[in-house]
Design a protein around this ligand. Sequence first.
Ligand SMILES: [Zn+2]
Length: 312
Amino acid sequence: MTDITSENGSAKRPFGKSQLVEDLRQLGIKRGDLLHAKVSLRSMGWVEGGARTLLDALVEVLGPEGTLVSDAFIPMYPLPLTHEDAKKISDDNSPTYAGAFCAAMIQHPEMVRSRHPVQKGVAIGAMANDLMLSHSESSPAYEPLQRMALAGGKHLSIDRNVIGVGTTHVAQNLLDLQQKTSPLGINYLDDQGNIALFKINWVGGCAEGFPKFFPLYEKMGGIVARGNVGKADSVITDMKKTLEIELDKLEKDPAFFLCDNPGCIQCRLTWAFSTGKAPVVYLVRFMKSMRQKSPLALWRSVSNWFARRRST
Ligand SMILES: [Zn+2]
């Protein structure tokens, strides 16, 4: 194992696979578990071999009876598609925007990718075929996560500040919460091998608001365990429990997950239950952008504005 010497002279060592296996077992992950993982690799500190080492450690702990799932989703493009965007065809190998760990999962020889054109989860292990191959363009976007919740799945966040525990979007969509979304889509190959256009048919949400559920998970038994994986403060949640907590809360108060930022367009303006007024939201955003400018840039913006007024 490589050693480096830190600034204060003490030896620093990377986390290797055997240490990560020990951390994951200590956290309570067992052989045969059905596990959904969200990973911030950066928060783990120095991992020898990076994402692949963590992936190998998880696969070893879960064993062949277990299943590992992650959200290797892919981007969509504004509709109508431009000539360039129309050439991007979704397939099993489409790169994900979801970070290094999901990218490593896509490279794994035993991975199975979801057949959904956009929310292309990835899985390795006993239930991988079952969860991923039935998830297609006609399925609900978050169907594999809903099925995991019903099958006793656990969610692992490495680190705990990673947004979401895998079930909040399932709850939003089961409750049919309505949001105005931008028209987005991507081309994919249908069952006959023809190019077809897929259009977004689910709602999203602002990442700032989702952590509001955490105190509820704590209070109502959604949290199974806490501990470190590498240096990352990590948490395991019970997917069935977190889904029940979210459904219960959002049924009574659908606006619960909205963030508190008065300039957030998503939360203040796009939901059926958003109560913001567009002029106020845009004024708040304008004021904020002005505050973030240096005095010189601010002076230039103001003098440009006066110059434009004089010329009209
Ligand atoms: Zn927001």
